[in-house]
Design a protein around this ligand. Structure first.
Ligand code: SDX
Length: 392
C-alpha cells in the first residue's frame, strides 16, 4: 500500500461492483443465476429463458418469452455487406478473431445501438445483439469450411436455430437431433454467467466509458479468447490429444504440471473462486457420459480426462492448491461429440456467455457506474532532465 493505493494484482481481493445477477460460493461450489441454482436451470429451463432471467431479473411468463423471442427473430438477419468483411478473412482465421471483429463491425450497420440511455433503447440493442451474434458465430464456422453464409429457421427454438445455421449443408435438409439440441441447451445455460470473471470485467470496464453494447461485447470476446480463460476449453482437448498421442501416460503429465521449471499447465484445472469443485464441471462430466452414450460416440480422451481428474484428487500438489476440474475440462469432449471443430469451442463459450455479458453491461449502465479507472503503484525512474541526442 502506498498512500491510499492498495496493490491487488489480478484483482484477487477486489470487489469491482455490486451486482444482483449471479451468486458464487467458491468454498461450497454454489452457482446461482438471480437466485436460481444452475443444477435446476440446466435440467429444466431453455437457454432463452435463462437469458431473459439473467438480463431482466425474473423468469419470463410464456407471453413474455414469446414476445422476447419474436423481437429477436425480427432482428435475426445481418446486413449483406457483412459478408464482404467475412470474405476478407483467410479460411484459417481463428473463429474468435472473426467473431470479435464482426461484433464490432455490427456497430457500423446498427448505429442506433451505440448511444443507449433509456431502458427501451437498451432493449432494442440487446435483442439486436442476441439475434445477430449467433449468425456471426455460425458464419465464422461456415467460413472455415468454405460453406455459404446461410440463415437457419426462425420457426425453431433459439438453440435449434443456432444448430441449423452452423450445420445445415447446402442442398441438404437439416433435422435437429434432440440429443444434440438438449446437450447444447444445457452447455449454453452452464456458461451463461459467472459474476466478475475476466471477460465480464472487460465488458463492464469498456461499457463504463459508454462505448456502447456491441463494442463492449466485442472486447469481452477478445478477453475470453485467452487460454487462461475461455480459450482453455480448446487447450484442454489439444492437451488430452497430446497425452493420447504420447501413449496416454497421465502420470508423466501430472509430473510436468508440478515441475516449476516446466511451463506445462494442466488446462481445465484450477479456478480463482472455486476452491473445492466447479459445480458446472460436475454437471458437464455427467452429461458427457450421457451425450456420448446417446450418440454412440467413443472418445478415448474422455477416459484420459477422467484419469487425470482421479490422479489430481489423490495428489497433494493439486489438493494443497485446491486444483479441481473447471467448466472447461469436460466441455470440449461434448462439443467434439456434437461435431463442433476444436477451434470453435471458445465461440460456443461466447455464445453461452452472451446473455451474462449483456446482463452485466445493462446493470452497470442502469446503476450509472462511474468509468472504470484503477490506479497503480509507480516503480519507474524518478524525475530526469532530457539530454540532447548527441549527448546520450
Ligand atoms: C474460466 O473467473 C472465472 O469465473 C472464469 C470462468 C468463467 O466462467 O468465466 O470460470 C471460466 O476461465 C475457467 C478457467 C479456465 N482456465 C484454465 O483451465 C487454465 C488453467 N488454469 C490456470 O491457469 C489457473 O488455475 C487459473 C487461471 C484458472 C486461475 O489462476 P489463479 O487464480 O491466478 O491461480 P494461480 O495461477 O496463481 O495458481 C495458484 C497455484 C500456482 O502454484 P504456486 O505458484 O502457488 O506454487 O496453483 C498452480 C499455480 O502454479 N496452478 C496450477 C494450475 N492452476 C494453478 N498448476 C498446474 N496446473 C494448473 N492448471
Amino acid at each position: 500500500t502506498e498512500g491510499l493505493i492498495t496493490l491487488d494484482r489480478g484483482f484477487k481481493n477486489t470487489g469491482s461492483c455490486e451486482s444482483a445477477i449471479t451468486f458464487l460460493d467458491g468454498e461450497k461450489g454454489i452457482l446461482r443465476y438471480r437466485g436460481y441454482a444452475i443444477e435446476n436451470l440446466a435440467e429444466n429451463a431453455t437457454f432463452l429463458e435463462v437469458a431473459y432471467l439473467l438480463i431482466f431479473g425474473e423468469l419470463p411468463t410464456e407471453t413474455e418469452l414469446d414476445s422476447f423471442h419474436a423481437d429477436i427473430k425480427k432482428e435475426s438477419h445481418v446486413d449483406e455487406e457483412m459478408k464482404k468483411i467475412l470474405d476478407g478473412f483467410p479460411k484459417s482465421a481463428h473463429p474468435m478473431g472473426v467473431v470479435s471483429s464482426l461484433t464490432s463491425a455490427l456497430i457500423a450497420f446498427n448505429p442506433s445501438s451505440v448511444n443507449v440511455d433509456s431502458k427501451e433503447d437498451m432493449y432494442q440493442a440487446i435483442v439486436k445483439l442476441l439475434a445477430k451474434f449467433p449468425v456471426i458465430c455460425a458464419w465464422a464456422l461456415r467460413k472455415s469450411k468454405g460453406q455459404p453464409f446461410d440463415y437457419g429457421d426462425n420457426k425453431l427454438s433459439y438453440v435449434d436455430n443456432v444448430l441449423k445455421m452452423m450445420f445445415k449443408k447446402p442442398n441438404e435438409d437439416y433435422e435437429v437431433d434432440p440429443v444434440v439440441s438438449s446437450a447444447l441447451n444445457k452447455l449454453l445455460i452452464l456458461h451463461a454467467d459467472h459474476e466478475q470473471n475476466c471477460s465480464t470485467s472487460t465488458v463492464r470496464i469498456v461499457g463504463s466509458s459508454h462505448a456502447g453494447l456491441f463494442a463492449s461485447i466485442s472486447a469481452g470476446v477478445s478477453a475470453l479468447w485467452g487460454p487462461l480463460h475461455g480459450g482453455a476449453n480448446q487447450a484442454v482437448i489439444d492437451m488430452l490429444e497430446g497425452i493420447k498421442e504420447d501413449g496416454g501416460d497421465t502420470k508423466k503429465y501430472m509430473a510436468k504440471a508440478k515441475d516449476k521449471d516446466d511451463p506445462f499447465r494442466l488446462m481445465g484445472f484450477g479456478h480463482r473462486v472455486y476452491k473445492n469443485f466447479d459445480p458446472r464441471a460436475k454437471i458437464i462430466k455427467k452429461s458427457a457420459d450421457e451425450v456420448l452414450g446417446n450418440l454412440g460416440v467413443q472418445d478415448p480422451v474422455l477416459d484420459i480426462a477422467k484419469g487425470l481428474e482421479k490422479e489430481a484428487l489423490e495428489d497433494d500438489y493439486f489438493v494443497k492448491r485446491k486444483l479441481y476440474p473447471n467448466v472447461d475440462f469436460y466441455s470440449g469432449i461434448i462439443y467434439r461429440a456434437l461435431d463442433i471443430p476444436t477451434n470453435m469451442f471458445t465461440v460456443m463459450f461466447a455464445l453461452g456467455r452472451l446473455p451474462g455479458w449483456i446482463a452485466q453491461w445493462r446493470e452497470m449502465r442502469l446503476m450509472k457506474e462511474p468509468i472504470g479507472r484503477p490506479r497503480q503503484v509507480y516503480t519507474g525512474e524518478t524525475h530526469r532532465e532530457m539530454k540532447p541526442i548527441e549527448k546520450r
